[in-house]
Design a protein around this ligand. Structure first.
Ligand SMILES: [Zn+2]
Ligand SMILES: [Zn+2]
Length: 476
């Protein structure tokens, strides 16, 4: 059995795989509440002969599903959480919710979850038919959007047995990840003081709101002393009330800190903590700190990345019918002001290549794979795939599944989440990941090469989670 045969296996299971995509789309559940979605995937993987373990990493909606034995052990990262407030009818080119205020698959995770099953079943067929040693594990990774559950799973050693990990994500343009992303963390700082009448006896009060304000001022001064790609953002989640004639005895601020290096982020956390303590000291209030979550910077493995690229380029881009193009054009027209999506990626290429790629700027569907980037450019986003990439050689491909102007996390994306084109690309993703895995099983020297790169980049220093022991993810 070769890659072409594996592609045929995936095509034969098209009905089964698209049904998973439909079922996930029709049961949009937000971070860590994905009970039905996890059940849909688990049932499908069991039916395909995978051995399932539920609740991995102590997270109810996380699971693993494995097949095979021995090395290489290749992990596939599946996601299936939806976004709140994005309920939207399928195929509609105006904003019409299915359930007003309900959730919707605004990041295409129905395709991500089901396409990763396509890869898993393709790989299983290959291992079974050829008797090649190797294990494939589908990881059901919940709560990507707000809880970064992969980071908790990584902290608890869930990915430790992996030789490498592969993933994909539906998008408006196709490219292999070549640049790092920012590490991040969320921490609540909660102050409690003493309430008092703000005119009659303010001297008796201790203001928690003052503490939040002073903390924020302190962080403004810290900005000069962090690297320029670091980010410190906050939301005042409790201002203590709405009455200015009362000294506020409770107030809370949620900080989101980001940095290019995991160690820089650790230093920033220490300094922001100290500022919070200082604010409490200045105001005579008590400080309570709640660490919510963190994820490590993404370190995309270039050996694995080039292998994914080669597999993506070896497969012809799925044919687009005139109806699919017309539908994409109708969605494109709902986003008239959007800048061409490929512009975001051009800075990773030489001037010559940029000029070449600019010819695609007007495309309705980006029906091509961007070349492997010439340089690693830091992306100012974050992902919980970062922690997996800190445990083992990991990389992923973003694949066109929507009209090129489709914004992320939008109703337009939800509406395109189960079109015939999106499903073609979902199966295509399965074939690319399965093909990449087959290369790794057939030639374990490639795994060693990927590991050598990993060791060089980590300097042999073992992964250390940014999340303190005892902190568990919370649905958000
Ligand atoms: Zn996503
Ligand atoms: Zn998302």
């Amino acid at each position: 059995m070769n890659k072409v045969d594996v592609g045929k296996v995936i095509d034969q299971k098209k009905g089964f795989l698209c049904k998973i995509g439909d079922d996930l789309w029709e049961h949009p559940e937000t971070s860590m509440l994905e009970k039905e979605s996890a059940a849909i995937l688990v049932m499908a993987l069991k039916e395909e002969g995978f051995q399932v373990e539920m609740g991995v990493g102590g997270i109810e909606t996380a699971f693993s599903a494995r097949y095979g034995s021995g090395h290489p052990v290749i992990g596939l990262l599946g996601e299936y959480d939806a976004l709140s407030g994005l309920s939207q009818q399928s195929g509609k080119t105006e904003k019409v919710p299915v359930v007003p205020g309900g959730a919707g698959h605004g990041c295409g995770h129905n395709l991500l979850g089901a396409g990763t099953v396509a890869a898993a079943v393709g790989i299983k067929a290959y291992l079974e038919a050829t008797g090649t040693p190797g294990t494939v594990i589908y990881y059901g990774c919940p709560g990507e959007e707000s809880s970064s559950c992969k980071a908790f799973m990584a902290r608890d050693g869930v990915f430790n047995e992996l030789d490498c990990a592969l993933a994909w994500h539906p998008a408006a343009a196709s490219r292999v990840t070549t640049g790092p992303t920012l590490a991040n963390c969320r921490i609540y700082y909660r102050f409690s003081g003493v309430s008092a009448h703000s005119a009659a006896c303010p001297e008796k009060g201790r203001s928690a709101l003052d503490a939040v304000e002073l903390m924020n001022v302190g962080v403004q001064f810290l900005r000069e002393h962090v690297p320029s790609d670091a980010r410190m953002s906050c939301a005042i989640t409790d201002a203590g009330g709405t009455a200015p004639n009362v000294i506020q005895d409770h107030a809370e601020v949620l900080y989101l800190l980001r940095a290019a290096e995991n160690n820089t982020l650790k230093d920033m956390i220490t300094r922001v903590d100290a500022i919070a303590q200082g604010a409490a000291l200045m105001t005579g209030t008590q400080l309570e700190r709640q660490f919510v979550k963190a994820c490590a910077a993404l370190m995309p493995n270039q050996v694995i990345g080039r292998l994914i690229q080669a597999n993506a380029e070896a497969l012809p881009f799925p044919e687009i019918t005139p109806e699919e193009l017309a539908q994409a054009k109708a969605f494109q027209d709902t986003c008239p002001a959007a800048a061409p999506v490929i512009d975001q990626y051009l800075n990773a290429y030489s001037a010559e290549r940029q000029a070449e790629l600019a010819s695609h700027r007007g495309a309705v569907i980006n029906s091509f794979i961007l070349p492997f980037a010439d340089m690693e450019v830091l992306s100012a986003s974050s992902t919980d795939v970062g922690d997996v990439s800190a445990v083992c050689p990991t990389n992923m491909i973003w694949l066109t599944a929507f009209a090129s102007a489709t914004p992320e996390h939008s109703w337009q994306l939800v509406a395109q989440g189960k079109t015939s084109f999106a499903y073609k690309m979902m199966l295509h993703a399965g074939k690319i990941l399965a093909g990449t895995a087959i290369d790794l099983y057939a030639d374990p020297a490639l795994v060693e090469k990927a590991k050598a790169e990993f060791d060089r980049r980590t300097g042999g220093i073992p992964y250390e989670s940014l999340i303190p022991e005892g902190v568990q993810p919370i649905p958000m």
